[in-house]
Write a new protein. Structure first.
Length: 225
């Protein structure tokens, strides 16, 4: 018996292109009329997306094979195209009741820091100007794309907490993609709270890559009742 996950995977694989949730819903209904409810399909799109951190918490046993793009469409996940799976919990990591809250807090903090950077790019480097936020490429999504005072592209990637080795590969993909588009490599900046020694060594292999550590300063204001 075909499961809904298998049905979705087969449909997306055969399509060979990005599909919206409505596209997938239509194909599933055409191939398996009346077999599943729309809510079940929506739950599977949520649970089976590799880059949905909450899916690992709420649906830990669901197969993860979809990649959800910034425009809301889906395609089959490919490590070569989309990069290493950085969204799954580390092996042996258990949910002790606060994992969902921690994930949400991490996402919120990253969004807050990104908001701050977008509005204060000159705090990273004088003359930086915003080109795009969450810029989509064929090899992944860049947090912030900017231009420096000379008009050169600058890739800015933000990591909440300690930077991992995988961020260097991520930057290398983006740089390589722009080299193919423009014929020359862009500069790049990784912003994180800490950079382990191994990451620092790896970063020296990418020309024009800078590592910048952020520091969070808290402020407080009265909350109305």
């Amino acid at each position: 018996m075909v499961t809904m996950a298998q049905a979705i995977q087969g449909i997306v694989e055969r399509a060979g292109r990005r599909l919206s949730s409505d596209d997938i819903k239509g194909e599933v209904e055409a191939a398996y009329p009346g077999k599943w409810k729309p809510a079940t399909l929506q739950a599977h799109l949520y649970a089976c997306s590799v880059n949905n951190p909450k899916g690992y918490i709420h649906h830990p046993y669901a197969a993860k094979f979809l990649y959800k793009n910034t425009d809301g469409t889906f395609e089959l996940y490919s490590e070569e195209k989309h990069g290493p799976n950085e969204w799954a919990p580390a092996e042996g990591e258990e949910d002790e009741g606060g994992a969902a809250e921690l994930v949400q807090a991490s996402i919120s903090l990253e969004r807050d820091i990104e908001d701050h950077l977008v509005n204060n790019l000159e705090s990273l480097e004088p003359g930086l100007k915003l080109v795009a936020r969450q810029y989509s490429t064929a090899v992944g999504r860049i947090d912030i794309l900017a231009e420096d005072k000379n008009g050169s592209r600058v890739i800015i990637e933000l990591k909440v907490g300690e930077a991992k080795d995988s961020v260097i590969g991520q930057i290398a993909r983006y740089v390589g993609w722009f080299v193919r588009q423009d014929g020359q490599p862009p500069r790049s900046i990784v912003v994180a709270s800490e950079f382990p020694e191994g990451v620092r060594y790896a970063a020296t292999m990418i020309k024009g890559l800078s590592l910048l550590a952020y520091r969070v300063n808290f402020s407080f204001e009265p909350a109305t009742v």
